[in-house]
Design a binder for this molecule. Structure first.
Ligand code: NAP
Length: 335
C-alpha cells in the first residue's frame, strides 16, 4: 500500500502534520486540505516534498465542500478525516464547535461516495470522549462504550460541546454507513489528550494547540514571580502525537473489524507534568508545587483490545513532555 495516495483533511493540524510526515516517510503520496492558500503554501514549503500536495477546502460545512478537491485527485484511495474544531472557548458552542464537526464529517463522506468510487478506506480521527460516559464519570470506558451526552447538554459549555461534537460526528458517520452502504470502509481512532512536539519548529512559536498548552502554561509558573500561583488541576490520560499518527497508519494496513481503536499511554496530572519539567529543566526555575501530589483518580478505561490491535510500544509521558518542552523552550528562546 506504500505508494497509495491519501487525502488528509485539516492538514494544518497538530496531529495531521505528524500523520502526513509518517505517510510520506512510508512512501505514500498525500493530498492535504487546508482552509487558505497561504496555509497551503506554508505547509507545502515545510514538507518540501513532491509527495505532498494541497487543496483548499475553505469551509467544511458548505454542502459539497470536498467535491472539487476529491475530483482533482482520482488517484486517492484512502481518506483520513482529521479536521474538526479543537477548542473549548468560543462565542457559540453549537455554531463554532458542534455543527462544523458533524457537518464536516457528513460532507466528507457524501463527497467520497459521490465523486470517488476508487476510495477504499476512510479513517476518522475521533476521540476517547465519544466513549466516555457524560452522566457517570466512574462508568467503564472501552471500545464499545458510547457517550450518552444529549444535544442540549452539549450546547451548555465549551467542554461539553467538544464531547458532543465528536460523539454526534461519529454517530453521523455510523448512520451514513448504515443508510448508504458505501463501497468504502470507515474506521476510527480515539486518542486521549495528545501531547508532543510539533513536526516543524515554526509551529511551536507562541501559542500551541490546545492540549499542549497544558504543558506550555506550566512554564509561566516561575519561582519568585508567581509563588502564589496554584498548579492547575488538570488530569487525564495522555498519548504522544507520534503514536497517534502511527495508529492512523496501522488502520490503513490492518482492518479494525469494527474496533473503535483507543490510543492512550498513561495517566497524568499537572503536578506530574511539572515534576517532569523540574527534573529535566531545572534552569527554567519553576515553582515546585507539591511534588508528591501525583495520585490520579481518572476514568476507568479498558483499552486492552486496542493495545493488542495496535501493538505499540508507547512513548512515555516523561519522554513526550521532555521533547515538547525542549522544542518550545528552544524555539521561543526561554533559556
Ligand atoms: P488542531 O491542531 O487544532 O487541528 C485541527 C484541524 O482542524 C486544523 O487543520 C484546523 O484548521 C481544522 N479545523 C478546525 N475547525 C475547522 C473548521 N471549522 N473548518 C475547517 N477546518 C477546521 O487539533 P489536533 O489536536 O491536531 O486535532 C485533530 C483531530 O484530532 C481533531 O479531530 C480532534 O478532535 C482529534 N483529537 C485531538 C486530541 C488532542 O488531544 N489534541 C485528542 C483526541 C482527538 P486550521 O488550522 O485552519 O484552523
Amino acid at each position: 500500500m506504500g505508494n497509495s495516495s491519501v487525502f488528509v483533511s485539516g492538514a494544518t493540524g497538530f496531529i495531521a502534520q505528524h500523520v502526513i510526515k509518517q505517510l510520506i516517510e512510508k512512501g505514500y503520496k498525500v493530498v492535504g486540505s487546508v482552509r487558505t492558500e497561504a496555509k497551503g503554501q506554508n505547509i507545502q514549503k515545510n514538507f518540501g516534498s513532491e509527495n505532498f500536495k494541497y487543496e483548499i477546502v475553505e469551509d467544511l460545512e458548505t454542502v459539497g465542500a470536498f467535491d472539487k478537491a476529491l475530483k482533482n485527485h482520482p488517484e486517492v484511495t484512502i481518506f483520513m478525516h482529521t479536521a474538526s474544531p479543537v477548542t473549548w472557548s468560543v462565542q457559540d458552542n453549537e455554531k463554532d464547535i458542534i455543527l462544523p464537526a458533524i457537518n464536516g464529517t457528513v460532507n466528507a463522506l457524501k463527497a467520497i461516495n459521490a465523486t470517488s468510487p476508487q476510495i477504499e478506506k476512510v479513517i476518522i480521527t475521533s476521540s476517547i470522549v465519544t466513549q466516555f460516559s457524560f452522566s457517570n464519570r466512574s462508568a467503564l470506558t472501552n471500545e464499545n462504550s458510547w457517550n450518552d451526552i444529549t444535544y442540549d447538554q452539549a450546547k451548555e459549555t465549551g467542554s461539553a460541546a467538544y464531547h458532543g461534537s465528536k460523539t454526534f460526528a461519529e454517530k453521523a458517520a455510523v448512520e451514513f454507513v448504515e443508510k448508504e452502504k458505501p463501497s468504502f470502509s470507515v474506521s476510527t481512532v480515539h486518542p486521549v489528550f495528545v501531547f508532543g512536539p510539533q513536526v516543524f519548529d515554526s509551529e511551536a512559536k507562541g501559542q500551541l494547540n490546545v492540549t499542549n498548552t497544558f504543558i506550555s502554561d506550566l512554564l509561566n509558573l516561575k519561582k519568585g514571580q508567581s509563588d502564589e500561583t496554584p498548579v492547575p488541576k488538570i488530569m487525564g490520560s495522555f498519548v504522544d502525537v507520534r503514536d497517534v499518527a502511527k495508529a492512523h497508519l496501522i488502520e490503513i494496513e490492518k482492518p479494525t473489524n469494527g474496533l473503535r481503536v483507543i490510543a492512550q499511554c498513561e495517566d497524568f496530572n499537572s503536578q506530574k507534568l511539572l515534576n517532569i519539567i523540574n527534573d529535566n529543566f531545572p534552569a527554567l526555575n519553576l515553582v515546585k508545587g507539591d511534588p508528591s501530589s501525583t495520585s490520579i483518580s481518572d476514568r476507568n478505561v479498558d483499552d486492552s483490545k486496542s493495545r493488542e490491535y495496535l501493538g505499540l510500544q508507547y512513548i512515555s509521558l516523561e519522554a513526550s513532555v521532555v521533547d515538547t518542552v525542549q522544542q518550545y523552550v528552544t524555539v521561543n528562546k526561554l533559556l
